[in-house]
Design a protein around this ligand. Structure first.
Ligand code: PLP
Length: 398
């Protein structure tokens, strides 16, 4: 007998992966340049040159060192370099002890849920949210509660959150810039959130932790600032990843920040170490720990994503689509042309447009368009978006 829960998860892949696989098949049939695949959040810009230089230099060193296990929470020097960088950028006072190196944001989040959550606990996410949260939270026997967004700007609805928080709430997840909406939560909403969580933590007699999932922190446009959440709420854990900022999703490298001022710091810090151990996420990839330490404040060419965003958003608006203006990440959230976003995506496939329906993001009626693609994919896809719109207009008129 196998675990029913794992069997279920493993035998049906995520909708994003399903659409991506369909795209691969379709590209083999009609040619890659005739399929407009906007399904995956795989960075389209290369890692900066500094990454390649760092790898080459590091490979010149003794192989038995660079490929060796690091200490379980990561190399002490790497952790200090990251802490110093965060202190410089966000006016914090972290030490290397506050940083736990991980295999990307997925590992960081799983470690946090496992470290904090007990069966019966609740974690809260703001819709739209990254669909994997649900299986990660449920994997520790906790449940995921969802707060719908404030429309039309998709900011957090704090009054709705107030109605959902309760004695079982262990943590609230914030993902900004957001996948899939591209929205950056405003300073005002972060301050309101911090105030509410303080009030409720006091009322229930235990801290409600804020878990900041921020793989897109550096991917922002028009000079928008993304508040650093530890500055606003003491019980914050930051889950960071270099998958997007350095275009290194396959290398599985990131970290968790456990600030010294968090309630029960010693216990939380030990539980993070214990969760990483249980899940097998100790000793993050050694070579890439050293690489990110050497490129700690570098990013890929974010400007290329900004150009894609403008091209796509302006093009779709001209045709008549309604889009949520993204201030960050590389996703555009667009209103589907019928209530059932899944049916809309099926119809889009007829034009070889591969879009992701928003149902699994907890916010039905929209589609996510990942614009981390070549610029020409967006340009060439526009006539297909236009024909899709015309089909709906014809149906509406008949
Ligand atoms: N959280 C969000 C919001 C994401 O979009 C992703 C990946 O796309 C992850 C977490 C997982 O990131 P990683 O590849 O670093 O594990």
């Amino acid at each position: 007998m196998v675990s029913e829960e794992c069997y279920e998860l493993g035998s049906r892949s995520s909708i994003i992966r399903e659409i991506f696989s369909f795209g691969l098949k379709r590209k083999a049939e009609i040619g890659a340049d005739r399929v407009y695949d906007f399904s995956l959040g795989n960075p389209s810009i290369p890692a900066p040159d500094s990454v390649k230089r760092a790898i080459l230099e590091l490979l010149e060193g003794p192989a038995e060192e660079i490929h060796a296990y690091s200490p379980a929470p990561g190399d002490a020097v790497v952790r200090k370099v990251i802490a110093d960088s965060l202190n410089r950028r966000f006016g914090e006072c972290f030490t290397g002890e506050n940083i736990f190196m991980t295999c990307g944001a997925a590992a960081s989040l799983n470690i946090c849920f496992r470290a904090l959550g007990n069966p019966g606990d609740e974690f809260v996410a703001f819709a739209p949210f990254f669909p994997e949260y649900r299986c990660w939270v449920e994997g520790v026997g906790a449940s995921l509660r969802v707060v719908q967004p404030l429309l039309p700007d998709f900011q957090m609805d704090l009054e709705a959150l107030r109605g959902i928080l309760g004695p079982k709430t262990k943590g609230v997840i914030v993902n900004s810039p957001n996948n899939p909406s591209g929205v950056v939560y405003s300073l005002e909403s972060i301050e309101g959130l911090a105030e509410l969580l303080r009030e409720k933590s006091e009322e229930y007699g235990h801290p409600i932790y804020l878990i900041s999932d921020e793989p897109y922190r550096e991917i922002v446009y028009d000079g928008v600032e993304v508040p650093y959440l530890t500055r606003y709420y003491e019980d914050t854990l930051v889950c960071y990843s270099y998958s997007k900022s350095l275009s290194l999703p396959g290398e599985r490298i990131g970290y968790i920040v456990i600030p010294g001022r968090i309630h029960d710091y010693d216990r939380v810090s030990a539980a993070i170490a214990g969760a990483a151990r249980v899940l097998g996420f100790v000793c993050a990839p050694s070579l890439f720990q050293q690489v990110v330490a050497r490129c700690v404040e570098d990013t890929g060419d974010i400007e290329a994503y900004r150009r894609n965003r403008d091209l796509l958003m302006e093009g779709l608006r001209r045709i008549g689509y309604t889009c949520v203006p993204p201030q960050g990440a590389f996703y555009l959230f667009v209103k589907a042309l019928e209530e059932d976003a899944g049916a809309f995506c099926e119809r889009a496939k007829k034009y070889d447009l591969l879009l992701v329906p928003s149902d699994d993001f907890g916010c039905p009626g929209y589609v996510r368009i990942a614009y981390c693609v070549a610029e020409k994919t967006i340009v060439n896809a526009m006539p297909a978006f236009e024909r899709l719109m015309e089909e709906y207009q014809r149906v509406a008129m008949s």
